[in-house]
Design a protein around this ligand. Structure first.
Ligand code: ADE
Length: 228
């Protein structure tokens, strides 16, 4: 059964190119991934197909109106509906693991200053953020989720080990990697990797992962004091 991803966006063109390259393209061609875009402007109001209006209570910017989004989302009620917003829960690998197991998911991209809260209250199952920064809309986050999920679909990444043992599944950053040549410009590859001693190589890689994680992401290192 393929994963169907519905994307609700005022900018369906945005998705043209990222969905046509690399593994995402292969997953679509092989039928494991189906992408459908839905433009709320098709349900916009009046001759101008209006989809946004000034916020009640005043303030800058425009808010996406409830009706065009409601009409777009009503036929998608059977799917898991995710709103992309900086106010959502941070996107993590386990979020993608969860989405990759679903049959149908809907990614709702906001634009302007926000969307009418009634849309969120009545049509959204989960809110997800790409991180603690503000983009112009949810499209980049939706493309990120599609790519992150596509590579988890069965048969999409050639070697399943490469998704099983990677950073963030083990809560550790990955060790540095090298390939031929063993020397370039006088820059050498660590001797241990050329030694053929697989025990030593495994130990070196484990040390590098621990070191990098400690240096770059101390927040991922379990706090030993917490248990005592
Ligand atoms: N839309 C605007 N900023 C966003 C973010 N950081 N994450 C998800 N969607 C967004």
């Amino acid at each position: 059964m393929p994963l169907t991803v519905h994307v609700v966006t005022l900018f369906p063109d945005y998705f043209e190119s990222p969905l046509r390259v690399s593994l995402v393209r292969r997953a679509r061609e092989e039928g494991q991934l189906v992408i459908r875009t839905h433009d709320p402007r098709d349900h916009g109001k009046g001759a101008h197909r209006q989809v946004d209006d000034a916020p009640f209570g005043g303030g800058p910017g425009m808010v996406m109106m409830v009706e065009p989004l409601a009409r777009t989302l009503e036929p998608l009620a059977h799917t898991h509906r995710v709103f992309l917003t900086p106010s959502g829960a941070p996107l993590r690998q386990d979020t993608l693991d969860r989405f990759a197991l679903m049959d149908e998911i809907t990614l709702v991209c906001g634009r302007y200053e926000g969307i009418d809260q009634r849309v969120v209250d009545h049509y959204i199952d989960e809110e997800v953020s790409l991180g603690d920064f503000v983009l112009l809309g949810g499209e980049v986050a939706a493309a990120t989720i599609i790519e992150g999920v596509a590579r988890l679909l069965p048969g999409v990444v050639g070697n399943p080990e490469s998704t099983e043992h990677e950073s963030f599944r083990s809560n550790e950053l990955e060790e540095p990697q090298y390939t031929r040549p063993a020397e370039f410009n006088g820059w050498e590859v660590p001797d241990v990797l050329l030694s053929g001693d697989h025990g030593a190589i495994d130990r070196w890689r484990a040390e590098q992962r621990a070191l990098r994680t400690q240096q770059r992401r101390p927040d991922l290192v379990p706090n030993r004091d917490a248990d005592s």
